[in-house]
Design a protein around this ligand. Sequence first.
Ligand code: HSE
Length: 331
Amino acid sequence: MNDDRSAEPMIDQRINRDNILEQVRVFAPATVANMICGFDVLGFAVDAPGDEVTMTKVDRPGVRINSIEGDDGRLPLDPDQNTVSACAMKVLEDLGLADEFGIEIELVKHMPIGSGLGSSSASTVAGVYAINALLGNPLSKEELLPYCIEGEKIACGHGHADNVAPALMGGITLIRSYDPLDIIALPVPEGMYAGIVFPHVDVPTRDARQLIKERIALKDAVVQWGNVAGLIAGLYRNDFSLIGRSMQDVIIEPVRAILIPQFAEMKEIAMANGALSFGISGSGPSVVAITQSEEVAQTITNEIKKHLDKQEIESNTYVSSVNVEGPRILN
Ligand code: HSE
């Protein structure tokens, strides 16, 4: 036995030093959590917007945030409080590399914080995917997911996975169980589009979660689990009519819609212009119309934006198919 070696940190056997890179730049996508009827258990990724993380390996141990763009100074630069750095540090520690070298991070946010588009999740997933890529991909996506869920806890105090799972895995994901974690990839129907509108009001996930009642009526639960099951069946059958009539939320939407200006009017516009369904994206204030074509999604977002303009409410719109890839390396 070699006494000197026993004092060194255990380096995970999957680390091959020849595969460690100097720098990586990663994009991770925004997500529509809940998919209207599946609070905390369903979500899908979109093509845009998304966040970018650049990670650079440096000699000095520790993880540092060098810059954050696009957050209006709202995100913490303290590496313990920022989800990107905190999660990257945890990966380095768990792989036994934290004393060997350090990481410097640049984060570019392309979507608003508190928008209901999984803003913190996109950054966290980009960061966790980036550190893994920098180290030569020692961990699988399934192994990376718990780090991303920890990131959600740092960001909003709760470890829901319906943003980070689709952002990391791509496509539509079901969180069948949180304990133990059981993530199921669902089929993505050909031609499914999301028309998303973000009205410029701030709804922090933490606050939007506090509004929700701890207990729900059995009659509402019956409606909701019928809808969740109907949505899953619709995805497997590629049945847009079933998907549309199943994406209804009788539990969360009535409570949260009051935080979103013009919600009822936006829903009316979406349904009148051919949406299969319409509801809140994640914890809001973004709203989402599910459609069977890009053109319909475009018309709906244009019409809603025109309506919000008249009400002097600024907004951003996004039209996207489901992003089946998840994060991607940009360099
Ligand atoms: N399921 C979470 C919620 C998603 O609705 O609070 C937050 O983006």
